[in-house]
Design a binder for this molecule. Structure first.
Ligand SMILES: [Zn+2]
Length: 251
């Protein structure tokens, strides 16, 4: 297939040295998916292409692509930078994990659709100083569907009840109402409040998400539940997650 020049909107998120002064950088785009770009001469001092391909840069890029394999970054228009993601180690770690997570849910050039909006939403919020931990939990709950393990958060997996007190069962793949607490051995024994948070952040469309404020104990409980859901349903082992956990340990 012949290549073509194409304008894409995207976020740069993973860089590694390639040949000589060239760089490989991943770009996350909405319509064209995740693409690995060769950025020629990017590692030379004063390279403009290199500057436009810094981590967490976003904007309009002009690439030469054949729709598979490596593409080439040719030039760019209106590229901006999420400054505080770049400069703040903790925010950087959260943002890197989020983009890594999305990276693992898709194959290259597979359109991301609403998950691109999710990435932009999360990066914007973290960059603005909104609680990175809460934003990350929202992303993780919403990403489960992209990994093909969308839990039933709407209604009890056993009887369909939508209101009441709920717990969560990884084995059953969703929430269970208090009518079956005695018979469901696999439930996580979460507080009803934590389950309510998981439901809210997993279900609500981003544009309707208001400010979500969680006290530290609740945030820790939902963190542990989400980690467990990920551990027991997906085999990811992301280095970015490990780094984030270590960073939190030392804070
Ligand atoms: Zn039920």
């Amino acid at each position: 297939m012949a290549g073509e020049l194409k304008e894409v909107q995207g976020i740069i998120f993973k860089r590694q040295k390639y040949k000589e002064a060239d760089l490989l950088a991943k770009i996350m785009t909405k319509e064209d998916g995740i693409i690995t770009l060769v950025v020629r001469g990017a590692l030379r001092p004063k390279s403009k292409l290199g500057a436009a391909a810094m981590n967490f840069s976003y904007g309009t890029y002009v690439i030469y692509t054949s729709g598979h394999g490596l593409s080439n970054l040719r030039t760019y228009k209106e590229v901006k930078q999420f400054d505080s993601l770049y400069n703040d180690l903790t925010k950087n770690a959260y943002a890197s994990f989020i983009l890594d997570l999305i990276d693992h849910a898709f194959i290259e050039y597979q359109p991301l659709g609403k998950y691109y909006d999710l990435a932009l939403f999360a990066l914007n919020k973290i960059n603005q100083g909104v609680d990175s931990e809460v934003i990350t939990q929202i992303v993780q709950m919403q990403m489960l569907a992209a990994f093909g393990v969308e839990p039933n958060l709407r209604s009890c997996v056993l009887c369909g009840k939508t209101q009441g007190i709920f717990d969560y069962s990884i084995k059953l793949g969703g929430i269970v109402c208090s009518d079956h607490f005695r018979v469901v051995n696999s439930r996580l024994h979460l507080t009803p409040k934590a389950v309510a948070v998981l439901r809210t952040i997993g279900l609500i469309p981003l544009n309707r998400l208001g400010k979500i404020k969680l006290d530290p104990a609740l945030k820790k409980e939902t963190r542990q539940a989400i980690d467990r859901i990920y551990r027991e349903t997906l085999d990811l082992n992301l280095k970015t997650k490990k780094f984030l956990d270590e960073l939190k340990f030392f804070k």
